[in-house]
Design a protein around this ligand. Sequence first.
Ligand SMILES: [Zn+2]
Length: 390
Amino acid sequence: MLDSIWLLLLLPLAAISGWFAARQDQRIKLRKCGADIPSDYFKGLNLLLNEQPDKAIEVFIKVLEVDTETVETHLMLGNLFRRRGEIERATRIHQNLIARPKLDRYQRSQALFELAQDYLKAGLLDRAENLLLEYAEVEKDPEPALRQLLYIYQQEKEWDQAIATAKRLARASGESTDEMTAHFLCEQAEEEIGKGHVEQASVLLKKALARDPSSVRSNILRGQIAHDTGDCDKAIQYWKKIETQDRRYIPEVLDQLAECFKETDNQAGWFELLNSTLKKDRAIPVMLKLAEEIESQQGATAAREFVIEELRQQPSLHGLSRMIHLSAIQASGQSKSDLETLQAMIERVLTSRKTYLCEHCGFRGKAMHWQCPGCKRWNTVKPVWEGSEE
Ligand SMILES: [Zn+2]
């Protein structure tokens, strides 16, 4: 069976046969015209028919002398191999092309770019990076190369280079790269926090917010630094900003917020924040947190009444589970154990549900990712609770 690669290799054979036929018509002797080309082709065909494809390819490539006429064929051949997952063969063809001194500037940079694709596919990021840098330099920042360089720098966590490349990409494409740049700065800030360099981290987070004022991650991290250094008032101030940036992320800091309000002995402020947030969109985690607070402050009966009222406004499995839990506290004997069993069953259903969803590619996961592991976009993974999914 001949697939596209073999058809491509045999194409020049057809051309050569036609050329020879024409030559014969003119009664010019074959020897004078370099008749060894077709014999090599037949040798290749023979190897192919004897199921020795590797040797056949070697012969064909040798025959298909690289010159300005056949560069396109070599490029196509290399790409076909890469698409079929035969990276070594693709690499060999592209390397062979680059080694030729006859190539013009455009052909050479095309070959460079294709070889970079081979290396990328083979996971040889350093080699791909070097070629892409050369290609980007020669071709004056073409978008595809810059995007691939960005991919490499993110994979390798080379944030300085990622920031510089994002800037070049913004210039070349006209699209804003501020959102991703803010994340790169947050990544650097997290590294500094890990080393205990909170001042350097704070500077980076300020820069991130200047780039992208809606950067929730910057405020989460700023709050974290303030909390870790014992400044709970400041931490609350930063985390409260998330409400105006993107309320969906509030659940990410609810536990730390509760801690800070307790440490500053500001229960009234905490209740006020929970109530005002709940009024805005009845977020389930906020409702559950408020139920927890009411239970510890006023007891199970008051908490149960609150949850029932909330369930009337927005039915949810989480709310139901909490309501059953609160009812079980007040029950005894068989009904208590029945309620506990029921609640355990509902909890099992809820645990099996994923709570983070990428709005772009539909990736689901149990942990928060600022960069989607599926589509590699930033800021597309959102916390999802039942009822807020559609
Ligand atoms: Zn995604």
